[in-house]
Design a protein. Structure first.
Ligand code: ARG
Length: 418
């Protein structure tokens, strides 16, 4: 696996008498569902389990600890693969270029990580000669679709085991099973939420969020300060872009991964990036979910502002429609569909002029663009101004309007009843 860091541990625990019936690579997170899945897979399928943690920038995740734990529970091997930079370069940057937000709100952190995780699981499976890949997604969500469609695309012969879908146990029972089998879980027992995190954002559902008429309790938010308790003074940041890619903060050049981490911290401190929405899942269910995505919120706003300045009206308006399509392709698990690739090529072409800096103001939950500049700016002060430096020929407007309105006028003149 080029460019990825891999940590491995091999278990010493035995399998009893039965010879394992092959190898299965499990998408393992260290959380409840995938922890119990290790033992369940071993017991149910009698296979060697390769527990695989794909690190997409889950903050505070103790990867080594999870790797060790997987070995203790009985994984034949535990593997951790750091794909943060690949996630940023190949997934987050294309999404940023497309200002991708599902249904105009959700910046797609979870959705975009799934195809990359699938890609790495396939690589690990091939390395270990595995015939099966397992994931712990339920049968009600989008993630099962994203994993399985991606795996189908990348390794059509791979068999897939959906542990939670096959072994439908209520959360309480799952906790009991974990306890009875001495599995140490880092998550607080009874955590009412289902959480997924990576560099691009945090997704939270379940618990009292299941009633969309209620305000989400404060404990559902972890990355962002309550805007009411955020600092009383605004903070300004200047973000530099080159061809649509963020390259600096306040004039200091840094890799995009670091920019995202920094903006998650600074934005989070100012309560920026809380999203509360009812969304339409691919499987036909409406769900109420909250997201925290400070960096995504700031970067997409800043990027859009720079596009407003540097793209022509036609580029900008046409792009908006394709942005929505791109967001849907990502949400629907179709990252590896050739259309996604074609849309990315379109987005890339539009980014050639998107270079410059954008100033944003973070203040008590809001992020506001307060300045933008670019060497490729299409803003012409002479054309825009209402003062004496005006260079616009007002007289041309008369003929323009006559022709622009002509079809409307003709339609009214020729159709008597309208
Ligand atoms: N609804 C989001 C999506 O489909 C997030 C799913 C995962 N959320 C979670 N809380 N576990 O992309």
């Amino acid at each position: 696996m080029t460019g990825s860091m891999t940590v491995e541990s091999q278990s010493t625990s035995g399998y009893g008498e039965a010879k394992p019936a092959g190898t299965v690579v499990l998408a393992y997170s260290g959380g409840l569902d995938t922890t119990i899945a290790i033992k369940w897979l071993k017991d149910t399928y009698n296979m060697d389990v390769v527990a695989t943690i794909i690190d997409v920038g889950q903050p505070g995740k103790d990867v080594q600890n999870a790797v060790d734990k997987a070995g203790d529970i009985g994984a034949a091997r535990a593997v951790a693969v750091d794909v943060k930079d690949e996630f940023v370069e190949e997934y987050i940057i294309p999404m940023l270029k497309a200002n991708a937000k599902y249904e105009g709100k959700y910046p797609l952190a979870t959705a975009a990580a799934r195809p990359l995780i699938s890609k790495k699981l396939v690589e690990v499976a091939k390395e270990h000669g595995a015939t099966h890949i397992a994931h712990g997604c339920t049968g009600k969500g989008n993630d099962q679709v994203r994993f399985e469609v991606s795996i189908m695309a990348l390794a059509p012969d791979m068999d897939i085991i959906a542990t939670a879908r096959e072994w439908q146990v209520p959360r309480e029972v799952a906790y009991e099973y974990a306890e009875n089998h001495n599995m140490k879980l880092d998550i607080a027992k009874k955590s009412p939420y289902s959480i997924d995190e990576n560099l691009w954002g945090r997704s939270v559902e379940c618990g009292s969020l299941e009633d969309p008429s209620l305000e989400p309790p404060e404990d559902a938010y972890q990355w962002t300060t309550d805007p009411m308790k955020a600092p009383d003074n605004p903070q300004y940041l200047e973000i530099g872009f080159e061809e649509g890619v963020p390259v600096s903060v306040d004039g200091i050049p840094m890799p995009a991964t670091q920019i995202i981490e920094q903006l998650n911290n600074v934005g989070g401190r100012h309560g920026v990036g809380r999203i509360d929405m009812v969304e339409n899942r691919l499987v036909g269910i409406k769900s109420h979910e909250i997201y925290e995505a400070p960096a995504a919120e700031i970067l997409i706003q800043a990027h859009e502002a720079l596009e407003d300045l540097t793209l022509t009206r036609e580029q900008l308006h046409f792009k908006k429609g394709l942005e929505q399509k791109f967001a849907e392709m990502t949400y629907y698990g179709l990252w590896f569909d050739p259309l996604t690739d074609a849309l990315m090529a379109f987005m890339d072409k539009t980014q050639e002029t998107v270079t410059g800096t954008v100033k944003v103001k973070l203040y008590k939950g809001s992020c506001t663009v307060v300045g933008r500049s670019s060497p490729n700016s299409l803003y012409d002060k002479g054309l825009a101004t209402y003062d004496e430096d005006d260079t616009f020929n007002h007289q041309l407007a008369k003929g323009f309007i006559a022709l622009w309105g002509l079809p409307v006028k003709v339609s009214k003149l020729t159709r008597v009843n309208q």
